[in-house]
Design a protein around this ligand. Structure first.
Ligand code: HEC
Length: 147
């Protein structure tokens, strides 16, 4: 039912969409939004939403376990299955603010630490590649979902 009504809506807007398509076709030649007539805006960075389990936890597993496992430094346990509840909406112990402020990476101690701009970087050995930090930033700014 929902699909049918969306399709009907698409038909009504067909002329507009054709015009719009012609205007942007050259710049979107590699993009495909077929089957989504009303249009869903991709998150920043494009592609699929960042997944906590699939994208973020592996960053912790690879880079943080030496110091943030059981009884982790600053009381921060980043082990799989425990990390989310230790981060989102939880006040930081070693600095002010929440470890993760859902929707705002810049206010999140986790991202501040990963960026290493204002306070001691994490991991202490040096900041992670930009691509990795971008994933965390996007995950937080998209609402820090447990997805
Ligand atoms: C070599 C040990 C070490 C590694 C590796 C490490 N950390 Fe830390 N981390 C610490 C120590 C020690 C503290 C507490 C002292 C401080 O605030 O700098 C801390 C504090 C933090 C805090 C602040 C927590 C709070 O509640 O204030 C965050 C967030 C953090 N680490 C994230 C990470 C992340 C994410 C990684 C992996 C990318 C990581 N750390 C890797 C040692 C480490």
């Amino acid at each position: 039912m929902k699909l049918a009504s969306e399709w009907k809506s698409f038909e009504a807007r067909n002329r507009y969409l054709v015009l719009l398509f012609l205007m942007i076709a050259t710049s979107l030649s590699g993009c495909s939004d077929h089957g989504d007539p009303v249009g869903v805006v991709d998150p920043p960075g494009g592609n699929d939403p960042v997944s906590f389990a699939g994208d973020i936890q592996p960053i912790f597993d690879t880079n943080c376990m030496d110091c943030h496992g059981a009884g982790g430094n600053a009381g921060l346990d980043l082990r799989s299955g425990l990390s989310y509840a230790n981060l989102v909406g939880v006040a930081a112990t070693a600095s002010s603010g929440n470890r993760v402020e859902a929707g705002d990476a810049n206010l999140s101690v986790l991202f501040q630490r990963l960026s290493g701009l204002m306070i001691d970087p994490m991991p202490p050995s040096g900041v992670l590649p930009l691509e990795t930090r971008d994933l965390v930033e996007e995950w937080i700014n998209d609402g820090a979902l447990d997805n």
